[in-house]
Ligand binder design. Structure first.
Ligand code: ADP
Ligand code: MG
Ligand code: MG
Length: 912
């Protein structure tokens, strides 16, 4: 019986592809992302040091078996090692020509820094001597050896890294060295010995001298790290499954620390913050691996490599192009230059900000690397959301600058505005933010994977060290947090819990404002504002989305300024104007109250006549802005008591007035108080009269219009007078009158007759014909189920999915969301909040019936949605499937809806 293949050399890619049925995704699952790409790079001729991958299946076998290598795995690993020995002409553990390797983890999805790498495996006292004989460079060899003990100690044996680092610090202090690079061979040799002692004192065993033992223990450590706390936390935050396992990659060491013709670095093939098509990255001369990302030494900008090592730089640029073309995406690469020779150690799709995602997608489409459709799918609706997030008010920035409130500047690695209280550790950041609801900024000299939970809880991230590709920068970008790193002027004193720039001191808990766009740190709280979407790449991407989508995108607005914004954001109409919102303004409220108080139709009409000009101007304003586009005006919907003062408050005020009558000194005063009492009493009586046990299901919507036809008639008159007025100005107006909360076709019949008569009357008076429609909201189950009848009286439907969800579930939203709904969601009784994402099976089914029945009566029945769901990407996908004409949402969600509608169209195209 042949045993399973657990180990694949990089050049056995074909065999592995066969095993996973030629699915690239399957290969990533088997090899992990790092291993799959290493083998793949080797295949396309990119220089990769020889190596092999132990599969994720082996890891899962090891973990399932309680920590025993699966059958045959270890033998295969040793055989693969022999194959590398052959290729490199070096031998593992050989005193003359020792082969050194790195042991690297790599899961299916990239988890930056989550699991640890051990470099220089194969070094021991003997092989170190051999290497010195060959390289004549004891400094290099002992630097490499001490790193092995250090990494092996911390990763495999859990010795705190500080134990080693403080020994280095001490040495540097004693000899007066500024950086690690200044230490001599003898000093590293001394430190190597010191590290062995540290190793022994923490573990009670000696550092293993047997290279095979080193390799075995390192392999096991990588397997085990899959279930380490950091990795588990990260997977929870990023939504990655826990059963994938990690692969182990064993790679021949190449050395960036053999002198000044050596270097190591990391780079993005395009700028990860802005998307600009130019290499972005950091490197260090004469250094090894982790030094760059650890932020221990000040790194150099990749641009400088062009001067330092022109040939290697040119090759790096060339390889960047090859990789982008091959993977058709921006790549995040790790490389090492050994004696002028460039080696690639990793490539993966690069993390990027929302801005960069948009720009890269658009640029790549224009460069012909991907199609317009792919560009559109590469940006997620939530990334569009980011463009609409607050930025600092330019005025506020100018003022803060002129008042000298700029504390310092750093690298602007992740854009956006963040305001919060300074916090110096992750646990505190999390507890202040989560338990106390405070806004916090996470401030550290540098961040580590252990800090991720604090970074997630923070509004923004600030570090004094680190470069553009530091841990802080990568994590911030991934989670869309504004971040500034490498603020060298910043002195952070973690013990005293304060930081300073010069003589300015900031205590933990003080407010700061971070501008991730410019890299400026301001003292205090700057005001923020919502930006306009002027980004040229975003405009282009959304235009492509518009070509793809079939669903219309309209907006819910009540006022002309919002309509203006909606138009700028690409809305193709107004799907909902809540006409009653205008009644609440202070100069109007008294009239609507007067109307409500009126006992006689005559008084009522008088009060309404005063409101008419206001409403007319409201509508005229909207029509002017929406020139040429449809505007749906919904007639008054809420119950009347909402316009009266609160009943309890009235009763209290009355009691108070009555007290004052008793103590009033003069007759005149008594008289005035009595008058006030009388007025309030009538209001109270009316409020009591209008009081309902359950106003949500009471006298509102079309019922109100039937009860008080003067009210809705006035509104319709205002609509049509306004329409005539703006038509005369040369504006193209397409008004649509929407009657809310219909449950029975007869309600609509009765109300529409009255209203349409009024509309005709206005048009006759004005001598102008307006193109108009009357329609209704579908927000009650009965309306949905009898939509064919309703369609006889309605020229369009609009789904009010908030009320429809409430009445379908029989729950009131406010009560539910403040109460049991959270419990339902936590316990999984409901998979999602039905008020946030459309309930496909219930509410969605009612919609499907309504659309079908409505369209049997009226073939081209226009059906839209104006509930909040209209701006939710998942709900938009359902709306697309249901064949709605448009979704209507808040102006701020319009760009998101445009993209989500395109995604929905592409998805259903693919399904077909
Ligand atoms: P991570 O997943 O944390 O990025 P890696 O496995 O990529 O860990 O290793 C971290 C760094 O170690 C690499 O960026 C590279 O600089 C260095 N490294 C890993 N393997 C080798 C090798 N064979 N030769 C030289 N450097 C290596
Ligand atoms: Mg790496
Ligand atoms: Mg409603």
């Amino acid at each position: 019986m042949s045993t399973k293949k657990w180990v694949y050399l990089f050049d056995e890619l074909d065999q592995a592809m066969q095993y996973v049925n030629d699915e690239w995704d399957g290969l990533r699952g088997l090899f992990g992302g790092k291993g799959a790409n290493l083998a793949d790079m080797q295949r396309i001729g990119v220089p990769v040091p020889p190596g092999f991958t132990v599969t994720t299946e082996a890891c899962n076998g090891y973990l399932a078996g309680g920590g025993v290598f699966p059958d045959g795995m270890w033998d295969q690993e040793l055989q693969a090692l022999m194959a590398i020995e052959k290729k490199t002409g070096k031998t593992f553990g050989d005193a003359d020509h020792p082969l050194l390797v790195s042991c690297r983890s790599g899961a299916k999805f990239s988890m930056p820094g989550m699991m640890d790498t051990v470099l220089n495996i194969g070094l021991n006292d003997e092989t170190a001597k051999g290497m010195i004989r060959h390289t004549k460079d004891p400094r290099f060899v002992y630097d490499a050896y001490r790193r092995l003990i250090q990494m092996f100690g911390s990763v495999v044996m859990n010795i705190p890294d500080e134990a080693f680092e403080s020994a280095i610090e001490q040495m540097k202090r004693e000899v007066g060295a500024a950086s690690d690079a200044d230490l001599t061979g003898a000093q590293w040799q001394y430190l190597t010995a010191r590290f062995k002692t540290i190793f022994r004192s923490h573990t009670q065993v000696d550092f293993p001298q047997d290279p095979v033992e080193q390799l075995k223990m390192a392999t096991e450590a990588v397997f085990k790290s899959w279930n380490g706390k950091r990795a588990v936390d990260y997977r929870n935050a990023a939504g990655i499954a826990h059963d994938l396992g990690t692969a182990v990659n064993i790679v021949t060491m190449v050395f960036g620390n053999m002198g000044d013709d050596c270097a190591t670095g990391v780079a993005m093939t395009r700028n990860g913050a802005t998307g600009a098509p130019k290499l972005e990255g950091d490197y260090l001369i004469n250094a090894q691996g982790e030094d760059v990302v650890a932020g221990i030494r000040m790194t150099k900008d990749i641009d400088q490599l062009a001067d330092d090592m022109p040939e290697a730089y040119a090759e790096l640029q060339q390889i960047a192009k090859v990789l982008e073309k091959h993977y058709r995406d921006m790549q995040d690469i790790e490389f090492t230059i050994e004696k002028g020779k460039l080696w690639m150690l990793q490539t993966r799709d690069g993390k990027r900000t929302a801005q960069a995602a948009v720009r890269i997608a658009v640029d790549m489409a224009e460069e012909g690397l991907i199609t317009h459709e792919e560009a559109v799918t590469r940006v997620s609706p939530s990334q569009i959301d980011f463009f609409l997030h607050p930025q600092f008010d330019t005025q506020a920035i100018a003022e803060a600058r002129s008042q000298g409130m700029v504390l310092a500047r750093g690298l602007n690695v992740s854009p956006g505005a963040a305001v919060g209280k300074v916090v110096f550790d992750a646990d505190l950041a999390e507890s202040w933010a989560k338990e106390q609801g405070r806004k916090v900024l996470m401030v550290r000299p540098e961040t580590k994977p252990d800090d991720v939970h604090g970074m997630l809880a923070a509004k923004g991230i600030l570090t004094s060290r680190g470069g553009r590709t530091s841990h802080a920068a990568l994590v911030a970008r991934q989670f869309g947090k504004p971040a500034i790193v490498g603020v060298s002027a910043l002195q952070i004193d973690l013990n005293k819990r304060r930081m300073s720039v010069g003589d300015r001191v900031i205590q933990e808990g003080d407010w700061l404002s971070l501008d991730g766009n410019t890299g400026e740190i301001f003292i205090g709280q700057l005001t923020t504002m919502v930006p306009d979407i002027k980004d040229p790449w975003l405009i282009k991407l959304l235009a492509w989305a518009d070509e793809i989508r079939t669903l219309g995108v309209w907006a819910n607005v009540d006022y002309p300024v919002d309509a203006q914004r909606a138009r700028e954001y690409g809305a193709e109409g107004i799907g909902l104007c809540r006409s009653e919102h205008m009644f609440f303004e202070s100069e109007r409220l008294p009239y609507i109250q007067k109307m409500i108080m009126a006992q006689l139709p005559f008084d009522r009409r008088e009060a309404l006549n005063t409101l008419l000009p206001f409403q007319r101007e409201d509508f005229a304003g909207l029509f002017r802005v929406m020139d040429g586009l449809p505007v749906i005006i919904r007639l008054i919907d809420p119950p009347l008591h909402e316009f009266l003062p609160d009943l309890v408050q009235l009763i209290n005020e009355l009691a108070d007035l009555k007290m004052r009558v008793k103590h009033a000194p003069t007759l005149a005063e008594i008289d005035s108080l009595l008058q006030q009492i009388q007025r309030k009493e009538t209001i109270r009586k009316q409020a009591e009269h209008l009081h309902e046990q359950n106003p949500m299901l009471g006298l509102r919507g079309v019922r109100l219009g039937i009860q008080i036809p003067e009210l809705t008639t006035m509104q319709v008159r205002a609509v049509f007078e306004a329409a005539c007025e703006v038509t005369r100005e040369g504006v193209k107006v397409l008004p649509k009158v929407m009657i809310p909360l219909t449950s029975h076709a007869n309600e609509l019949k009765v109300q529409r007759e009255v209203l349409e008569n009024e509309a005709r009357k206005v048009m006759a008076e004005q001598g102008i014909e307006i193109e108009y429609k009357f329609g209704t909201m579908i927000e009650l189950p009965r309306a949905a189920l009898t939509a064919d009848r309703i369609a006889e009286h309605a020229q369009f439907f609009s789904f009010g999915t908030n009320d429809l969800t409430q009445t379908t579930y029989g729950i009131s939203r406010d009560d539910a969301e403040a109460g049991f709904l959270i419990g339902y969601l936590n316990r999984g009784i409901l998979p999602e909040n039905p008020f946030a994402t459309l309930d496909r099976d219930g509410v969605g089914e009612l919609m499907r019936i309504a659309i079908k029945k409505g369209r049997t009566t009226r073939k081209d029945m226009e059906c839209g949605i104006c509930g909040e769901h209209g701006g939710d990407p998942d709900s938009i996908a359902i709306c697309h499937e249901l064949g709605l004409t448009y979704v209507s949402c808040s102006p701020f969600r319009v760009p998101i809806a445009r993209l989500a509608a395109a995604h929905a169209a592409l998805k259903s195209k693919k399904a077909k």
